[in-house]
Design a protein around this ligand. Structure first.
Ligand SMILES: Cc1cc2nc3c(=O)[nH]c(=O)nc-3n(C[C@H](O)[C@H](O)[C@H](O)COP(=O)(O)OP(=O)(O)OC[C@H]3O[C@@H](n4cnc5c(N)ncnc54)[C@H](O)[C@@H]3O)c2cc1C
Length: 396
């Protein structure tokens, strides 16, 4: 493991820093990092940001050049993540397209799918969502019941998905549906690329406790998909879905750099907030808790580097991504919770212009979702136990 960055990587960092200074939304670098309130307004703000990243050649940076990406090395990608975390850049609206659907299509899509979809993913012209989970199929994804049946040259989809992030802002959806009911539940699933702007798609937003409605219930009523929009083979969707999930874990694992920033912010907060005229950081219990968080965030980062080293050597991500996903979401939630606690009575003022930064409360509530999305913490622990530690299989 080598922790230093090469001259080329540092030059890459400098170029990105300069670009961010010029292009981040007004006031962002000075700490005015507020996304617009309404879903529609927030959507258009994020679309603009996605477009800006694309125009500056700062999206899909690890995508191969042949697909319009920057062809950056894994280490440059690390630099990219560090810098984006440092300035707390606005989120990428097309995260699912760029981080998951695009790489999956590059791996197993047809030539036609690649040329039709990949350029518009990168440019942000088409935003993607992921239609996997159903009311009775989350951790046990293979239990999904949404059905697709063949009619002539098309497939007709009926059923319901749930927790579909950004479906209300999406143009296309990567959908898993059952095409055969006769074998084992992992068999008989097929992956479809679905146009979200057609009749038969009904969306119902889900209001979350952080007061946003980022995800939705999605109902499919005789939704039509052409044969050429099947990814992989018919009834081989389980393999396809796992390919996409591997890319999802890699995407989430990169957020580990946010944890380091979060820790720094926590220290700043403890230095600024006072009790009985004295900064909280002078309280030995606060200091002790901060030391604990320092050790754990640092441990998470080193673990991430170790896994990255393995990935560079092996050429592909492995189950180690589960460690970062688990560490990031559980520790992040705990640290945001501690930030809220430090605010004391002010922490209840999260909606108003209060004398403390209300983003702690909002993000704390958002983090509950992060411990569930992309596979719950318990499921990550199962993966770590079985695939990394070699413990006996979950008895399900
Ligand atoms: C913020 C957010 C965004 C999301 N975005 C999307 C999206 O865009 N697209 C999409 O398809 N889905 C999305 N999801 C859904 C997410 O993938 C599922 O919620 C998740 O897989 C868990 O499934 P479930 O909700 O059905 O819970 P269940 O699977 O019913 O789990 C309930 C509880 O049982 C535990 N449990 C289940 N099985 C086991 C086991 N074998 N061992 C130990 N414990 C177990 C779980 O850990 C959990 O605590 C999102 C969820 C959230 C919170």
């Amino acid at each position: 493991m080598d922790f230093s960055f090469s001259e080329q990587e540092e030059a890459f960092r400098k170029e990105l820093r300069l670009w961010l200074e010029k292009n981040l939304p007004e006031g962002w670098l000075e700490g005015k990092r507020i996304l617009p309130e309404g879903e529609k307004e927030r959507g258009s703000f994020l679309r603009d940001w996605q477009r800006k990243l694309y125009e500056g050649n700062w999206t899909g940076i690890s995508w191969p050049k042949e697909y319009g990406g920057r062809g950056a090395s894994l280490m440059e990608e690390v630099v990219y993540q560090q810098e984006m975390s440092r300035v707390k850049a606005p989120p990428e609206l097309n995260l699912i397209g760029i981080g998951m659907v695009g790489p999956t299509l590059m791996q197993i899509g047809t030539a036609e799918q690649k040329s039709k979809y990949i350029p518009k993913i990168l440019s942000g012209e088409e935003i993607w969502c992921q239609g996997y989970s159903e009311p009775n199929a989350g951790s046990d994804l293979a239990a999904l019941q949404t059905r697709a049946s063949k009619e002539g040259n098309s497939w007709i989809i009926n059923g319901q998905k749930i927790w579909t992030s950004f479906a209300h802002l999406s143009d296309r959806c990567f959908v898993l549906a059952r095409t055969d009911n006769t074998g084992k539940k992992h068999q008989g699933i097929t992956a479809f690329l679905v146009d979200m702007h057609q009749e038969g798609i009904e969306l119902r937003p889900i209001h979350q406790m952080n007061d946003q409605s980022d995800f939705n219930e999605v109902f499919f009523n005789d939704v039509v998909v052409k044969e050429e929009d099947i990814v992989g083979e018919i009834n081989d969707g389980w393999r396809v879905s796992i390919t996409l999930l591997m890319h999802e874990r890699v995407t989430v694992a990169r957020r580990i750099f946010d944890l380091q920033e979060q820790f720094n912010d926590l220290v700043k907060m403890a230095q600024t907030l006072k009790k009985n005229e004295r900064p909280l950081i002078e309280n030995p219990m606060v200091r002790s808790q901060l030391v604990d968080y320092y050790a754990r965030t640092r441990g998470q980062l080193l673990n991430y580097y170790r896994n990255l080293t393995m990935q560079i050597k092996n050429g592909h991500p492995g189950p180690e991504g589960s460690m970062s996903k688990l560490g990031y979401s559980d520790l992040g939630k705990e640290m945001f919770g501690y930030g809220v606690k430090l605010q004391g009575a002010y922490s209840t003022l999260w909606k108003e212009d209060s004398c403390v930064d209300p983003s702690w409360q909002r993000t704390y509530m958002t983090f509950f979702g992060y411990t569930i999305a992309g596979g719950t913490s318990e499921i990550q622990k199962n993966i770590i136990a079985e695939r990394l530690l070699g413990l006996p299989k979950d008895n399900k």
